[in-house]
Write a protein of this length. Structure first.
Length: 115
């Protein structure tokens, strides 16, 4: 299993970023996919989840209405569109899949929201 995140960077408050997570080593279309984040000095927290077929999504209250999770099963990729970014969104963002009861993580991509 391999999950590779990309798309992070430095953005001003109110700006947007689109994160991508390229998956390999498993049948991507069969699994729900999630995004988590971890700010410096804090624990990892859930951000968003999308079902295997993309028909249902769930968001943390802190990002609801600003972030959108989506997936392209033909490309084995899950996305996180982040709009109206706030300084408190600064964190390392991780892609996640639960495969055979085991949590799989990518290496993470840093998102910094600052003026």
């Amino acid at each position: 299993v391999q999950l590779v995140e990309s798309g992070g960077g430095l953005v001003q408050p109110g700006g947007s970023l689109r994160l991508s997570c390229a998956a390999s080593g498993f049948t991507f279309s069969r699994y729900h996919m999630s995004w988590y984040r971890q700010a410096a000095g804090k624990g990892r927290e859930f951000v968003a989840r999308i079902t295997s077929g993309g028909g249902s999504t769930k968001y943390a209250d802190s990002v609801k209405g600003r972030f959108t999770i989506s997936r392209d099963n033909a490309r084995n990729t899950v996305y996180l569109q982040m709009n109206s970014l706030k300084p408190e969104d600064t964190a390392v963002y991780y892609c996640n899949a639960v495969i055979d009861s085991a949590m799989s993580w990518g290496q993470g991509t840093q998102v910094t929201v600052s003026s």
